[in-house]
Design a protein around this ligand. Structure first.
Ligand SMILES: [Zn+2]
Length: 238
C-alpha cells in the first residue's frame, strides 16, 4: 500500500481502513453531477474498482458542475471521458464501463459482484429498479438526489433499514435535474455520499442508515427524517 499517498486520511481511518478502501468494488449508476463528483472522490481515496454506467455523452452544459469533464471531452461518451480522467487521478484504479441506461432487464447483471451501489441517477423510476435489485442481491445502496439547491440522501442496507420502495412510489413526483441544479448543492451531496460510502467500506456505522437527510443550501437548513421499514413493502417486506 502507498502509505505516503494516503497518509492524511489514514490518520482518520487507519491502515486497515485504507486496505479495505483499496480492495473495495463499487458501481456508480449515472455519471452526471452527482455520480461524476462521487467518482472523483472515490478514485482519489483509493477505491480499487469502479463500474461506471451511463448512456450519455458529455455536453458543454455539464461542465459547470461536473469538473471530472473538461472542454476537450465534449461529445465523448461520459463513461469514456470519466475513465480517462479518473485514471489520471489514480492510475491503479480498475474500471469497467457500460454506456447504457439501467433498466429492468439489465439491472441485476450490471450491479452483481460489487460491495456497494452509488446512485447518480436523475429519475425515480430507474432508482426504484436499482433499489429492487440491490435488495434482491443484498448489496447496500446509497440513494441521493439533488434538485436546485435541495438535496436528499439516505443509506439503504437491505433487510436492515427501510428500502427506497418503503417510502417512495413510482407515482411520486420527482422532477429530473434538467429543471435546474445549483452547483454547490451537487458538490455538497456528492461529498455526503462519499462519506457514507467510505463509512460502509471501512465498516464504520453510516450516519444516514435508516434516516433521510434533506437539505436546502439556500437557507442552509439540514433536516433528518427517520425511515422505518414498511412491512407491506413489495420489495423488502415479508
Ligand atoms: Zn422496502
Amino acid at each position: 500500500m502507498d502509505i505516503l499517498r494516503y497518509d492524511r486520511q489514514i490518520i482518520n481511518i487507519g491502515v486497515e481502513g485504507q486496505r479495505k478502501i483499496n480492495s473495495a468494488r463499487l458501481v456508480i449508476v449515472g455519471l452526471g453531477g452527482l455520480g461524476s463528483n462521487v467518482a472523483m472522490q472515490m478514485a482519489a481515496a483509493g477505491i480499487g474498482f469502479l463500474r461506471l454506467i451511463d448512456p450519455d455523452k458529455v455536453d458543454v452544459s455539464n461542465i459547470n458542475r461536473q469538473p471530472l469533464y473538461n472542454e476537450s471531452d465534449v461529445g465523448k461518451l461520459k463513461v469514456d471521458a470519466a475513465s480517462q480522467n479518473l485514471k489520471k487521478i489514480n492510475s491503479k484504479l480498475e474500471l469497467e464501463t457500460f454506456p447504457m441506461k439501467l433498466d429492468e432487464n439489465n439491472a441485476e447483471s450490471l450491479i452483481r459482484g460489487v460491495d456497494l451501489i452509488l446512485d447518480g441517477l436523475d429519475g425515480l423510476h430507474e432508482r426504484l429498479i436499482l433499489n429492487k435489485y440491490a435488495v434482491k442481491l443484498n448489496i447496500p445502496y446509497i440513494f441521493a438526489s439533488v434538485q436546485d439547491a435541495f438535496g436528499s440522501v439516505t443509506t439503504i442496507i437491505p433487510h436492515r433499514t427501510a428500502c427506497l420502495s418503503c417510502f417512495m412510489k413510482d407515482s411520486d413526483p420527482m422532477p429530473p435535474c434538467a429543471i435546474g441544479v445549483y452547483p454547490p448543492a451537487v458538490f455538497a451531496i456528492s461529498s455526503i455520499v462519499a462519506s457514507e460510502a467510505l463509512a460502509m467500506i471501512i465498516q464504520r456505522k453510516p450516519a444516514l442508515a435508516g434516516r433521510l437527510l434533506v437539505f436546502d443550501l439556500e437557507t442552509m437548513s439540514f433536516d433528518f427524517v427517520s425511515l422505518r421499514k414498511n412491512p407491506t413493502c413489495k420489495v423488502c417486506g415479508v
